[in-house]
Ligand binder design. Structure first.
Ligand SMILES: *Cc1c(COP(=O)(O)O)cnc(C)c1O
Length: 425
């Protein structure tokens, strides 16, 4: 049985102050996991996790990770602004963007972030934008074809828009070296949400072999290799979660077999995990407000895809616990649905659950990454609050819920805004 840190008692206590729906995060779980990651890679002197800010862009949560030495991986201007405003040092900010506007490169350079180029044409683009090239630069690698573990195809990099081809990596490193770049990084993200301890070690082996060749053929001084994101979580109850200790050891083995003999035993390993750092430690808590019996049995809840888009967008599975009914038999089949005028607004389809009555609270699991963050405002729906459950059991609001005023804010230079909010002139 898949468990969650959220209980009925906890929710009944919280709703006195913060109504459903809300996302709630578990500080204890976040800390234990971040510590385990740090220990798994402690063998590598320069190891650093740059948390993928896009997964959960909340400064309170990112600050917890900073206690374990984590930096920030950013993909946009506002993520860079957030990281900088939080006081994160430039050397702890990775800028792994694509189709990057000149203004974002300029700002990244200004705050001293490490720039990870997505394409060979961006070398000229960056140099033209800044008037120089930074001394440290990274290039994103895409080997094309399929990424497989044994006979299992994990993902399809050949169809992905990201990164330099193999040839472009060599050409790019030569050009960068000629133009004065001193420290080189290699980055690659080849498969998403992998639930296997083999992904990172297999990726690492490919990148380490490439790094040795790049060094030999271009003379580039490679200072870090960035394994990026992609280590997944067990969304489904029958999946076995990744063991980060085993993953760290697998990368170490490849490092000692390939990099150390090539005289590259000083290369730092970087990661840009998002999902693995946060997903299991967040839940979306909703209330059942309607039960509809037509051609199927529907439970209508007070949240919708605006609060959690993954099921609608990817058909993703998110486990659901009916709070207070953890031990009850799952003998009812439901579609658990939100209120959007879109028939894909379903948190679960044909899900076996205990009998649900209106008023019941439901915890939707594993929403701590790519959950709140993917929210949008379709149907004029507003985003929920985010709450943090501290280790001592207290609950802190770490982002308030959106209000209609937020929604209409971009009309604030028009008369309609003053009409809607005359008191806020
Ligand atoms: C999304 C993303 C990540 C994080 O991916 P997860 O699957 O959440 O670990 C890391 N790096 C880059 C460049 C990304 O785009």
């Amino acid at each position: 049985m898949k468990k969650t840190f959220v209980t009925k008692e906890l929710v009944e206590r919280i709703v006195k102050e913060y109504p459903t729906p809300f996302h709630i995060y578990d500080e204890k779980g976040i800390r234990e996991n971040a510590k385990a990651l740090k220990e798994a890679f402690a063998w590598n002197k320069g190891y650093k996790e740059f948390f993928a800010v896009k997964a959960t862009p909340n400064p309170f949560l990112i600050n917890i990770l900073r206690d374990y030495g984590c930096g920030c991986d950013c993909s946009s201007m506002t993520e860079l602004m957030l990281s900088h405003a939080m006081g994160v040092d430039g050397s702890d900010i990775m800028f792994s963007s694509n189709e990057t506007p000149a203004s974002e490169y300029a700002y990244a350079a200004e705050i001293g972030a490490i720039i990870n180029l997505d394409d060979i044409t961006h070398i000229d683009f960056l140099e033209k934008t800044l008037g120089y090239l930074p001394k440290t630069l990274s290039c994103r690698f895409n080997p094309g074809g399929y990424f497989a573990l044994g006979t299992d195809i994990m993902d399809n990099p050949g169809d992905a828009k990201y990164g330099f081809t193999t040839e472009q990596m060599f050409e790019g490193f030569r050009i960068l070296k000629e133009r004065g770049v001193e420290n080189f990084g290699i980055h690659s993200f080849l498969a998403s949400n992998t639930v296997t301890n083999e992904y990172y070690p297999t990726l690492a082996r490919q990148l380490f072999e490439l790094a040795v060749q790049l060094k030999e053929q271009t003379g580039a001084h490679i200072t870090f290799i960035n394994l990026s994101g992609g280590v997944g979580v067990a969304y489904k109850p029958d999946q076995t979660p990744n063991d980060i200790k085993v993953i760290g050891e697998g990368v170490r083995k490849a490092y000692e077999e390939i990099l150390v003999p090539a005289g590259m035993g000083d290369v730092a390993i970087y990661t840009e995990l998002g999902r693995f750092m946060m997903a299991p430690y967040g839940n979306l808590v909703v209330q059942a407000i309607h039960a509809k019996h037509t051609y199927k049995e529907y439970i209508g809840v007070d949240a919708c895809a605006v609060n959690l888009m993954r099921p609608a967008m990817y058909g993703a599975y998110h486990h659901i616990t009916v709070l207070g009914k953890e031990e009850a038999p799952c003998d009812h089949k439901y579609d658990v649905v939100g209120s959007l005028c879109e028939n894909n607004d379903k948190f679960a389809i044909d899900r076996m659950l205990p009998e649900i009555e209106t008023g019941d609270y439901l915890a939707i699991h594993d929403t701590g990454a790519h959950g709140f963050a993917m929210g949008y405002n379709y149907n004029g729906k507003l985003k929920s609050a985010e709450l943090l459950l501290h280790e001592d059991g207290s609950v802190e609001m770490i982002r308030r819920a959106e209000t209609p005023q937020d929604y209409f804010r971009t009309f604030d230079c028009f008369a309609i805004y003053d009409k809607l909010f005359p008191e806020k002139k």
